[in-house]
Design a protein around this ligand. Structure first.
Ligand SMILES: [Zn+2]
Ligand SMILES: [Zn+2]
Length: 173
């Protein structure tokens, strides 16, 4: 797959100390991967980037709406989530302090595409669910319990992990 890059030339903004600039631009995002799953996002997200120039460096605030689509972590049904990404970075010119050195700034260039991608990954909740009370899959038969009436969905006996393999074989004709 072709690399998606969006680089902002900070020198080209010609900001003096104390000045700021707001940029609005669509930025294509690389596919979001998390725990082996791929989470879709729009081709490009409309990014609002505030660049300011405090003494000795740059400060950035990036905001964009994000719609994430992917499998529910409990029942594997398709799920979608809309969220707002709001992230900040600072990049000081002369410092050894890691906190003040943005990993996305190099030689007066801001790697906005990579920052947006990383911020989008962070915006995916650790529990990505189709709904907050998703009932998940039945541990015995693997059917989604969201569609099943819990009263009807009962197995005659509690699953015994030692027999799980055996019953799989029996079901597998
Ligand atoms: Zn679910
Ligand atoms: Zn079941």
């Amino acid at each position: 797959m072709a690399e998606v890059t969006t680089i902002i030339d900070l020198a080209g903004l010609s900001l003096s100390h104390g000045e700021g600039r707001r940029l609005e631009l669509p930025v294509p995002l690389e596919p979001l991967e998390l725990a082996g799953q791929s989470y879709g996002s729009p081709e490009a997200v409309p990014i609002r980037l505030d660049v300011s120039r405090p003494s000795g460096g740059f400060a950035f605030r990036m905001r964009f709406p994000l719609r994430i689509e992917g499998p529910c972590m409990r029942c594997l049904e398709g799920a979608a989530l809309e969220t707002e990404v709001d992230a900040r970075e600072v990049a000081q010119d002369d410092t050894e302090d890691e906190e003040l050195l943005s990993p996305y700034v190099n030689d007066d260039e801001l790697d906005l595409g990579r920052w947006a991608h990383d911020a989008a990954v962070l915006a995916i909740p650790t529990r990505f669910l189709c709904r907050t009370d998703c009932a998940g899959l039945c541990p015995t038969c693997g059917e989604s319990l969201n569609d099943a009436n819990p009263e009807d969905h009962k197995h005659s006996q509690a699953p015994d992990p030692r027999w799980a393999k055996l019953s799989e074989l029996k079901l597998d004709k």
